[in-house]
Write a protein that binds this ligand. Structure first.
Ligand code: COA
Length: 388
């Protein structure tokens, strides 16, 4: 296996982007990454793109070929592969691209992630997202992701004493970070009181505990680490890549407060990277709902199980804390165009490790972690990156 580096990044603004099509979004993110890396189209060996449900959101399947075509590469006849793992589609596209370069099969690979969710109404978006839950055991009975995560939050509060305020504080922190990110969907700070008094969605979660419905795309350029300095003086190496799965439905798990896919994917990534949770300087974790960030920091080993709420109280995860989490604003404030999210998380980590995150820069960050979850933890991808 060869070492692999990220030499280019690109991202669009996230939000309700009525004036931009699916094609325009992926072409924008891809061309930004290509320009950032300073590569030429003819150097690209393959494209991997994460998209959860373009078929239901915009009526378009065959996304791999579409992305190559709309990026202007149809005449190059490059292999173009669409990757799906629900909300972890982007993270998995990166892992597939990474494996193809590490194996020696490809040299220059473009990894993309995209979703255009806001062209359908709220009900259709919720039903489409719920296709990632277990249809027979959950969705058939009316369970949606806000409802499923609300159950998980209720159990976490019961078992570990996590409070409504601690959940809300995750949203307050991530909105404060999002306010510093020019590409974030929501760039406004919010107060604890506003989160707690927001309209209920599924108790105990309110509107401001939820990630939004979003449009957006992100892209990365990969190459063998030994060739990276030819393209950029700020390459970032992928030092760990882990992937794991779990039961699709919650009821079959020993605990709904632990996502074993995160535990196992993180274990794989830490082992490969020869790092421990203490080595991580900055992390982007999958905060699709506020409770999800609390569970993620526990399952990634940043704090003990049940201590995630207290970590929020103690400001460990704020921009100036000992382990800043979701400096981009996270899914909560940056937005969550599901197929793009896993790639966008890595764009943020690379930005941090290059020292280019401006007002949200974490001082002396050299090692970062990205954690991308599918559904309510049936799949998970973890990447650990290090500035070269
Ligand atoms: N956070 C902050 N503000 C939000 C928001 C969110 N998650 N979702 C919507 N808003 C804002 C909108 O900008 C709008 O503000 P405006 O009136 O100032 O323009 C207002 O709230 C109403 O927006 P609307 O689109 O009508 O909200 P909605 O009630 O249809 O949808 C949710 C709100 C929370 C139900 C929806 O965002 C949702 O389903 N989120 C979860 C997505 C999800 O499950 N993702 C997969 C995770 S596994």
């Amino acid at each position: 296996m060869r070492d692999v580096a990220i030499i280019g990044i690109g991202i669009t603004k996230f939000g309700e982007l009525w004036d931009k099509s699916f094609r325009q979004l992926i072409a924008e993110a891809g061309s930004k990454a290509i320009i950032d890396a300073g590569i030429e189209g003819k150097e690209i060996d393959a494209i991997y793109v994460g998209s959860m449900s373009a078929g239901r959101f915009i009526g378009q399947e065959h996304v791999g070929a579409l992305v190559a075509d709309s990026s202007g590469f149809a005449h190059l006849h490059i292999p173009a592969i669409r990757v799906e793992s629900a909300c972890a589609s982007g993270g998995l596209a990166l892992r597939q691209g990474y494996l193809s370069v590490a194996s020696g099969m490809n040299d220059i690979v473009v990894v993309g992630g995209i979703e255009k969710m806001s062209d359908v109404g709220g009900t259709a978006a919720t039903e489409t997202l719920a296709t990632a839950a277990d249809q027979e055991w959950e969705a058939f009975f009316g369970a949606t992701f806000p409802g499923i995560y609300a159950m998980i939050a209720t159990k976490h509060m019961h078992d570990y004493g996590t409070t409504r305020e601690q959940l809300a504080q995750v949203a307050v922190k991530n909105h404060a970070n999002g306010a510093l990110n020019p590409n974030a969907q929501f760039r406004r700070e919010i107060s604890l009181d506003t989160v707690i008094k927001a309209p209920p969605v599924a108790q105990p979660l309110g509107l401001l505990d939820c990630s939004p419905v979003s449009d957006g795309a992100a892209s990365l350029i990969l190459c063998p680490a030994e060739k990276a300095k030819k393209y950029t003086d700020k390459p970032v190496k992928i030092i760990g890549s882990g992937q794991a799965s779990d039961t699709l439905a919650l009821h079959a798990r020993d605990s709904i407060c632990t996502f074993n896919s995160t535990v196992y994917a993180a274990r794989m990534a830490y082992k490969q990277a020869k790092k421990t949770p203490k080595d991580i300087d900055v992390a982007e974790v999958h905060d699709c709902f506020t409770i999800a960030e609390i569970i993620a920091i526990e399952d990634l080993g940043f704090v003990e199980k049940g201590e995630g709420g207290k970590a929020i109280d103690n400001n460990i995860t704020t921009l100036d804390g000992s382990l800043p989490v979701n400096t981009s604003g996270g899914l909560k404030a940056k937005g969550h165009p599901v197929g793009a999210t896993g790639v966008a998380q890595v764009v943020e980590i690379v930005t941090q490790l290059r020292g280019e995150a401006e007002k949200r820069q974490v001082k002396d960050a050299t090692i970062g972690l990205a954690h991308n979850v599918g559904g309510c933890g049936a799949s998970c991808i973890v990447h650990i990156l290090e500035a070269m």
